[in-house]
Design a protein around this ligand. Structure first.
Ligand code: NAP
Ligand code: F7E
Length: 348
């Protein structure tokens, strides 16, 4: 049956993918967008004709409550956050307000409206502050290592608290890193690498500066995860679910596959380490155990690490080649070898 879904963070990676998925499945989607001076809709620009976009801010309870009350959604998915871990060290109070307190504003809006709206909070593997290769699940101890992770713990526990106190359908999706080709924010390490590869091939830059390339993450494909989020909302009762692949890879593993796939060879020729890009406290390794989602939601990730990396590279190279095709002089002026290198890059 058609449902109405209210999505915060619809201009971001997950919010926009979730909106695509919900529309595909015949649901009505309402997206909350922040007022900004440039009218930039980010990843939601293609959604304008199919989705009601309403201005609001999860720091402002009155705006979220008004939208919740007037739209009477079946589902409320909170994809909004200041989601960059590195930035959270420089803007800890702001991050706490948006990523932490913002969750209470969503939950309170539902509670005050009195509607039986099902709520899903996008929690994070960063809450675990993982130290080793132990696969983490819903029962693992939370030991946050950044203002972002601390705020996510607050939102996570607030969701559980509202579930227990008010019998609300309030669930947590505890996701490990997941990326979408072309939609991941440019300052997350995966997209930073794939955008840099495109720029190196265009002859615009020679090097890529990174921080801790030994960090290991459990990287999955965002579209797979959004299917899991919808399954959590459709599940018979509220609960907490880990979404992960069960495999960890280092940032240098990502570089190795990405540079080779683009036809550039050994990444070490291009990647330089900038100590300024190290975090005050980084999570060395994170790997997830998604057994519960598999058992109860019948969810498994479909796209593996290598395919994910190649799709991200392809997406950013394709974007550039389209610009080049539109203006071939631009390519020749910048880098005459670009087209040749590109064709060697085995684009799917
Ligand atoms: P993202 O691309 O950074 O998107 C964040 C979204 O939140 C954007 O639409 C942003 O709007 C919006 N937003 C920020 N502050 C807001 C505010 N005060 N009021 C309303 N909207 C606001 O993040 P993502 O990767 O899609 O992640 C989605 C959610 O999952 C986040 O909560 C993130 O913390 C969590 N998560 C992500 C991952 C991952 O690997 N991607 C893993 C675990 C958890 P603007 O476009 O206006 O900035
Ligand atoms: O960093 C290292 C960095 O910023 C990954 C968010 O979606 O997933 C994401 O958080 C690793 C870290 O993602 C650079 O130190 C090295 O160890 O891509 P990232 P993240 O911090 O794992 C979690 C699950 C979320 O919840 C978050 O919202 O890569 N690294 N050099 C670098 N990272 C960045 N950003 N830039 C570098 O130059």
């Amino acid at each position: 049956m058609e449902k109405t879904a209210l999505i915060t963070g619809i201009t971001g990676q997950d919010g926009s993918l979730l909106a695509d998925l919900m529309l595909e499945r015949g649901h009505k989607v309402i997206g909350i967008i922040r007022r900004n001076s440039s009218s930039n809709l980010g990843n939601a620009s293609h959604l304008q004709s199919d989705v009601d976009l309403i201005e609001g801010d999860i720091q402002d309870l009155s705006s979220i409550y008004r939208i919740q009350k007037s739209t009477r959604p079946d589902y409320f998915v909170n994809c909004a956050a200041q989601s960059h871990v590195g930035t959270s060290f420089d803007q800890p109070l702001y991050t706490s307000m948006v990523t932490g307190i913002g969750v209470i504003n969503c939950l309170e809006s539902i509670r005050m409206s009195g509607y039986h709206t099902k709520f899903l909070q996008l929690s994070s593997s960063e809450m675990f502050g993982g130290r080793g290769e132990e696969a983490l699940n819903e029962e693992s101890v939370l030991a946050p290592r950044s203002p972002y992770a601390t705020a996510k713990c607050f939102g996570h526990w607030a969701t559980i608290n509202y579930r227990e106190s008010y019998k609300m359908f309030a669930s947590n999706a505890i996701s490990f890193n997941h990326e979408a080709p072309g939609r991941r924010g440019p300052n997350f390490v995966t997209r930073k690498i794939t955008l840099a590869i495109a720029s190196i091939l265009m002859g615009e830059s020679e090097h890529l500066y990174l921080g801790n390339i030994d960090a290991r993450r459990d990287w999955g494909y965002a579209e797979d995860y959004c299917k899991g989020f919808l399954a959590a909302l459709e599940y018979k009762e509220p609960d907490d679910f880990v979404f992960a692949t069960g495999e960890a890879h280092s940032v240098s593993d990502f570089c190795k596959i990405a540079f080779a796939h683009a036809g550039l060879g050994d990444y070490k020729r291009y990647v330089k380490i900038d100590p300024m890009l190290y975090r005050p406290n980084d999570v060395p390794a994170l790997v997830g155990d998604y057994s519960k989602a598999k058992e109860l939601l019948n969810w498994t990730p479909e796209v593996d690490f290598e395919i994910l990396v190649k799709r991200m590279v392809n997406s950013d190279l394709k974007d550039r080649i389209e610009i080049v095709r539109a203006d071939p002089h631009d390519a020749t002026d910048n880098n005459p070898d670009m087209i040749t290198k590109f064709s060697q890059s085995n684009l799917a």
